[in-house]
Design a protein around this ligand. Structure first.
Ligand code: ADP
Length: 400
C-alpha cells in the first residue's frame, strides 16, 4: 500500500501534503470512483496492516475493504447525503467508517473509526486494570486493619477504664485514713510521722488525679461527656482549688499566688470540669517549676471578640462593642523550664509528652482542651524557654 498512488492521479497531493496527512491521528483513505486507493495515510496503513493487508497489496475500496457495491455509496452521496456510514475490514473484525464524497475531484474520503485506535493496547489495559484492582485490595486491607485497630483500641480503653474504676474506691479509702491519721483522730503523731504521712497522702492524691484523669479521658473518648451546666461562681471554684493547691506548692518550695478578680459575675459552666482543667494546669506547673520558682493563678473578666466570616468594619465594631465582658480568662503562669515553640500545638494532643523527666500520661492538656472546647471556649499556651510558660483558657459566659 504505497502512501500515494501517483500513477493514478497526477493532480494528487504533493509529498509535503502527504506528510501532513500522515501526522493526522485518524486513519484516512482517499479513493477514486472505481475504488482505487489514491492515498492511505500512515495511521490507515498501520490499520490495514493489522487487518492482514500487506505493504505490497493494493486493495480495492469497494470489493476488498467496504465489501459493498460502489453504486450503493454513490447512490447515497449523489442524492445529497453529506456522509455515509459504512463498515470496513475483514468480516471477523469490522470497523466503522465514515465516507465523504468530494464532487470536484470525484474522490471518496474514508475516515476509519478504528476500535484498535480508540482502545488502549490490551497489555496496557490489563496493567491498568490490575493496578486498580491492587489499589482496591490495598485500600480494603488498610480499612480492615484500621477498623481492627480501632476496635482493639476501644477494648483497651474500656479495659483500662474499668481497671481505673476499680482503683477509685480503694484509693478513696486510703486517702480517708490519711486524713483521719493526720487529724490526730487515731492518736498523736510525731513530726516525722506527720511528714511521712503528708508525703504519702500527696502521692495518693496524685494517683487519684491520674485515675480520674484516665476515667475522664475514656468518658470523653466514648462520647459520654455530658456537661453539668449550672449557674456557678467561678471565684468559688478557683478559690477552693487554690486552697487545696497552695499547701502542695508550699511543700515543694514554690511560691504560689492566686489572683481571682472579685468582679467576675456568675455564669453557666460545669463546676467540676472547669476545676479539673485548672487543676491539670496547676499540676503541670508544679511538675515543671523547680524549687524557688513561682506559679500564678489568675482569673479576670475578658471581652472576647470572636472572629466571624463577615466582620463589620472596625469602627462599627467599636461603636457596638458590648458594654460588659462576655467571657472569663483564666491563666496559670509558671517560672519553669518553658516549652519550645514547635511543641505548642502537639502538647494538646492525646498521649503527647515532651518532657520525659516528669511523670504523667500525656493526657492532662488533651483532656483540658476537650473540656474547654465543650464549653465553646479555647485554650492555648505562650511560652519562652527562658521565661516559663503561661497556659490560658477562655470561657464564654453565654453558655445557653
Ligand atoms: P503529662 O503532664 O501527663 O505529660 P500533659 O498533657 O499535661 O501530660 O502535658 C503534655 C506535655 O506538655 C508534658 O509532657 C510537658 O512536656 C509539657 N508541659 C505541660 N505543661 C508544662 C509546663 N507548665 N511547663 C513545661 N512543660 C509543660
Amino acid at each position: 500500500m504505497p502512501p500515494v498512488a501517483e500513477d493514478r492521479s497526477r493532480s494528487f497531493p504533493t509529498p509535503a501534503v502527504v506528510r501532513l496527512l500522515d501526522t493526522l491521528e485518524k486513519p484516512l483513505i482517499v479513493a477514486d470512483r472505481t475504488g482505487n486507493l489514491l492515498l492511505v495515510n500512515a495511521r490507515a496503513r498501520h490499520h490495514l496492516e493489522t487487518q492482514g493487508f500487506k505493504e505490497t497489496d493494493d486493495p480495492n475500496l469497494f470489493s476488498d475493504l467496504l465489501k459493498v457495491d460502489s453504486a450503493n455509496i454513490f447512490g447515497k452521496v449523489e442524492k445529497g447525503e453529506h456522509a455515509v456510514n459504512a463498515q470496513i475490514g475483514p468480516m471477523e473484525r469490522r470497523d466503522a467508517a465514515r465516507i465523504q464524497w468530494i464532487p470536484e475531484t470525484d474522490w471518496l474520503v474514508v475516515e476509519i473509526e478504528s476500535k484498535l485506535e480508540t482502545q488502549a493496547d490490551p497489555t496496557t489495559r490489563l496493567t491498568v486494570q490490575e493496578l486498580l484492582q491492587e489499589r482496591e485490595i490495598t485500600y480494603r486491607n488498610l480499612l480492615a486493619a484500621y477498623l481492627k485497630l480501632q476496635e482493639v483500641n476501644r477494648q483497651k480503653t474500656v479495659f483500662l477504664a474499668s481497671a481505673a474504676h476499680e482503683l477509685k474506691t480503694p484509693l478513696a479509702v486510703i486517702k480517708g485514713y490519711y486524713d483521719l491519721l493526720l487529724a490526730g483522730s487515731l492518736g498523736r503523731l510525731t513530726d516525722k510521722q506527720t511528714d511521712i504521712l503528708e508525703e504519702s497522702k500527696e502521692s495518693c492524691e496524685r494517683l487519684v488525679r491520674l485515675v480520674s484523669m484516665f476515667l475522664n479521658y475514656s468518658a470523653l473518648e466514648s462520647g459520654k461527656l455530658v456537661l453539668q451546666l449550672r449557674e456557678n461562681d467561678l471565684r468559688d471554684c478557683l478559690d477552693e482549688l487554690s486552697k487545696r493547691w497552695s499547701e502542695v506548692f508550699q511543700r515543694k518550695g514554690v511560691r504560689f499566688e492566686a489572683n481571682i478578680d472579685p468582679s467576675i459575675a456568675t455564669f453557666r459552666f460545669d463546676y467540676q470540669k472547669v476545676q479539673q482543667v485548672a487543676a491539670n494546669l496547676l499540676d503541670n506547673a508544679l511538675k515543671h517549676t523547680p524549687n524557688g520558682g513561682t506559679v500564678m493563678l489568675r482569673a479576670a473578666p475578658h471581652f472576647w471578640e470572636r472572629r466571624v466570616a463577615a466582620m463589620a468594619p472596625v469602627e462599627e465594631r467599636r461603636r457596638f462593642r458590648l458594654p460588659r465582658p462576655n467571657s472569663v480568662e483564666v491563666s496559670v503562669k509558671d517560672s519553669g523550664a518553658g516549652i519550645p515553640a514547635e511543641h505548642h500545638q502537639e502538647i494538646f494532643e492525646d498521649f503527647v509528652r515532651v518532657d520525659r523527666n516528669t511523670s504523667g500520661m500525656g493526657l492532662g492538656l488533651a483532656i483540658a482542651k476537650r473540656l474547654i472546647q465543650a464549653h465553646r471556649g479555647k485554650i492555648w499556651v505562650e511560652s519562652d524557654p527562658a521565661g516559663g510558660s503561661r497556659f490560658s483558657f477562655l470561657l464564654p459566659m453565654d453558655q445557653g
